[in-house]
Design a binder for this molecule. Structure first.
Ligand SMILES: [Zn+2]
Length: 301
C-alpha cells in the first residue's frame, strides 16, 4: 500500500464530525507554517531579513528546491525544474530597496521568479541558530559530541544559537582534522586554509558555518583547540593568532558557500518530513550548483 492509499484508508475511518485533515498539495501558506515550525523567525538576528520574498500564500507548492544563494544560475535551475518554491539560505534582498526594476540583477531575479511562478523564501540566521541548523550539521559531520552553541540565542532553547562547540571522540592532529574537514565539504577553488602547527593535537572544536569572525571571544571562552569557520579576514585572524595560548585556537578557514551547503540536504529532508506528517505531498530537491564566487587560485610552489 502506498502512502496515498494509506492516507485514503485513514480518511475513510475518520469521525465525520472531525476537522478535515489536509491532504495532497499544500499552498505556500502551509509551507511557510512548516518553515516557521522548523526555523522560527524569532531566532533570526536583528539585522537579518528572513521569510517570504516572492510568492502568493494561496499558490500551490509541488516542488521545493533548496540552495545557498539565489543567483541567476540557481533561479535557472529552479525554473527549469518547475519548482514552485525556492528556499535559499542567503537573502536576495538583505537591505531595503526602492525598486525591483528588472534593469538591476536583483529586480531581474524577482521578475523571473514571479513570471516563472516560483516563490522565494529565505531561511538565514534562523536556520543557523535552530536545532539541526547549519553549525549543528557541521558539528555532526565532524563527529563532535556534547555540542553546545558558541553564542546561545537570546530568545530560544539552550541548544539554539550561533556556532557550536563540542569534543572529538579522540584527539587528533590539526593536519588530520583539517583533512577531514576538507573531505566533508563540497569541492571549491579556494580549498581550505589552516593556521597552526600541523602536528598539534586538537580535541575541542568550535565551528560556525558562514562568516564567524565575530565569535572569537566565545571561541576563546570555550577553550577550543581549533576554530572552523569561513571568511576569516586578515585582522581578526592575525590578532587571534597573536593572542593564541599555546598556539590555540588553531584556525581552519573554509568556503562560506561550502560550510552552508552541507545544511541543505538535512534541511530539505526536515521540511519534507514536517509536510508529510501533515498529510502533504511535495517533492524536495537540493541544488548542486556551486555558488562559491571564486574560480581558481594560485599558490606558491
Ligand atoms: Zn552565509
Amino acid at each position: 500500500m502506498n502512502d496515498d492509499e494509506q492516507r485514503q484508508n485513514a480518511a475513510d475511518v475518520q469521525d465525520p464530525e472531525a476537522e478535515p485533515q489536509p491532504s495532497g498539495t499544500p499552498v505556500l501558506g502551509d509551507v511557510l507554517l512548516a518553515i516557521e515550525e522548523l526555523w522560527p523567525q524569532s531566532l533570526s538576528e536583528p539585522w537579518d531579513a528572513v521569510g517570504p520574498v516572492v510568492g502568493r500564500t494561496s499558490a500551490e507548492v509541488r516542488r521545493v528546491l533548496f540552495a545557498v544563494d539565489p543567483t541567476a544560475e540557481v533561479i535557472d535551475e529552479a525554473l527549469a525544474w518547475q519548482a514552485d518554491l525556492l528556499v535559499t539560505h542567503h537573502p536576495l534582498l538583505l537591505k531595503p530597496v526602492n525598486s525591483v526594476a528588472a534593469s538591476h540583477f536583483k529586480g531581474e531575479a524577482v521578475h523571473r521568479l514571479i513570471e516563472g511562478g516560483c516563490a522565494l523564501v529565505t531561511v538565514h540566521t534562523n536556520g543557523d541558530s535552530a536545532v539541526g541548523g547549519v553549525s549543528d550539521v557541521l558539528a555532526d559531520a565532524m563527529g563532535l559530541q556534547d555540542v553546545k552553541p558558541l553564542a546561545p540565542a537570546d530568545k530560544g532553547l539552550p541548544e539554539e544559537g550561533i556556532g557550536r562547540v563540542g569534543e572529538l571522540a579522540e584527539a587528533t592532529t590539526l593536519g588530520d582534522f583539517a583533512a577531514t574537514v576538507f573531505s566533508m565539504l563540497p569541492a571549491v577553488a579556494g580549498g581550505v586554509k589552516v593556521a597552526g602547527d600541523r602536528n598539534g593535537l586538537v580535541r575541542t572544536v568550535a565551528v560556525c558555518g558562514g562568516a564567524g569572525d565575530s565569535l572569537f571571544d566565545a571561541v576563546r571562552a570555550a577553550q577550543a583547540d581549533v576554530y572552523v569557520t569561513a571568511d576569516l579576514r586578515h585582522h581578526p585572524a592575525s590578532e587571534a593568532r597573536e593572542g593564541a595560548v599555546d598556539g590555540r585556537p588553531y584556525l581552519i578557514d573554509v568556503s562560506h558557500f561550502g560550510s552552508e551547503w552541507l545544511w541543505l540536504p538535512p534541511a530539505a529532508e526536515a521540511l519534507d518530513n514536517v509536510l508529510r506528517d501533515q498529510g502533504y505531498d511535495v517533492e524536495v530537491s537540493v541544488s548542486g550548483i556551486n555558488t562559491d564566487p571564486w574560480d581558481f587560485i594560485l599558490t606558491p610552489g
